[in-house]
Design a protein around this ligand. Structure first.
Ligand SMILES: NC(=O)N[C@@H](CC(=O)O)C(=O)O
Ligand SMILES: [Zn+2]
Ligand SMILES: [Zn+2]
Length: 347
């Protein structure tokens, strides 16, 4: 038997999909994500959403004001609506701080009510994005109530994403937080302009963790956890060494009482230990040597940004995860609350 690695030093990672929320919650979410992440793609699904350049830049200022010491850089995203104009896309790109725009099908997930009702409505915006080199980030689920919730990602790919990819071959597209074997296959077979983020919780869990032996609302997120064969396909993709798959936590905090409710909110909090959780998943797959590419290289390469130049070190040192963390005037229950995590990030 080979002895276990005790330390792992890798290029500083970035998070290519995170929710920081706003107002009194910012100091808590920004502190957690900026602990060692170099940069993060900040999701714009605020209330109201960041649909124009000015609101996205004002949001950036609030994040920077909430940031503790250090070099953490928030990368901003425009929230696409049926009315987003090519002019707004060009203005956003020219700001230098907005690197992507996000497609939320209207009604698909948390705070997506102002999202897109028909993908054709954003074709002029997508044309402009293709022209100026702005990425399209996609929440890939259909919203048709007749489609089973476990099939919504697959049907979105077949009926919507294929059309977008065909119509805009020069547009860089990230299919966010993928959850199915179908998504892995689609991304693998698509051109180099199509990539995907994978969350730590979709690597660590499947729907049994959420539903067998009692319903566990803190595992409920969208797209919803799928069956084990899909989890296995995600693990294979993340640990394959393919540059098409990279780290995006989708850490999405909701106050404890909003999750533990008759109609609980969708979202899992992982920003307390993002790299530590991925390390557990990669080690379980015997692929710790593949973590650096996934966490620190393939994301910036796809976005056309430089890789970070410094490093972080993971140490095999287990610690007890608190039952909850402060979240503004409330609390959030993190993934692995009350359990142990095997890895620590050391200075
Ligand atoms: N993933 C989630 O379940 N929730 C996210 C929205 C999203 O990323 O779809 C949130 O903002 O809470
Ligand atoms: Zn989403
Ligand atoms: Zn998200």
């Amino acid at each position: 038997m080979t002895s276990k690695v005790e330390f792992l030093t890798i290029t500083r990672p970035d998070d290519w999909h995170v929710h920081l929320r706003d107002g009194v919650q910012l100091k808590d979410t920004v502190r957690d994500i900026s602990r060692y992440m170099g940069r993060a793609i900040i999701m714009p699904n605020l209330v109201p959403p960041a649909t124009c350049t000015d609101t996205a830049l004002a949001y950036r200022d609030r994040i920077l004001a909430a940031k503790p010491q250090g070099n953490f850089e928030p990368l901003m995203v425009l929230y696409l609506t049926d009315k987003t104009t090519p002019e707004e896309i060009k203005k956003a790109k020219a700001s230098g701080h907005i690197v992507a725009a996000k497609l939320y099908p209207a009604g698909a997930t948390t705070n997506s009510d102002s999202g897109v009702t028909d993908i054709e409505n954003i074709f002029p915006a997508l044309e402009a994005m293709q022209e100026v080199g702005m990425l399209l980030l996609v929440h890939g689920e259909v919203t048709d109530s007749a489609i089973d919730i476990f099939d919504r990602e697959k049907v979105f790919i077949e009926t919507k994403l294929v059309k977008i990819v065909e119509s805009f071959p020069g547009l860089k597209i990230v299919l966010e937080h993928i959850t199915t074997k179908d998504a892995v296959e689609f991304v693998n077979n698509a051109s180099d302009n199509v990539a995907a983020t994978i969350t730590a919780h979709h690597l660590l869990y499947n729907r049994n963790h959420m539903l067998a032996g009692g319903i566990r609302p803190h595992y409920y997120c969208l797209p919803i956890l799928k069956r084990n064969i899909h989890q296995q396909a995600l693990i294979e993709a993340a640990t394959s060494g393919s540059k098409k798959f990279f780290l995006g936590t989708d850490s999405a905090p909701h106050a404890k009482d909003k999750k533990e409710a008759a109609c609980g909110c969708a979202g899992a909090y992982t920003a307390h230990a993002p790299l530590e959780l991925y390390a557990e998943a990669f080690e379980e797959a015997n692929a710790l040597d593949k973590l650096e590419g996934f966490a620190s290289h393939f994301g910036p390469d796809f976005y056309g940004l430089p890789r970070n130049v410094d490093t972080v070190t993971l140490k095999r040192q287990s610690w007890d995860v608190p039952q909850s963390y402060p979240l503004g005037d409330s609390h959030v229950v993190p993934i692995k609350a009350g359990a142990q995590i095997d890895w620590s990030v050391v200075a």
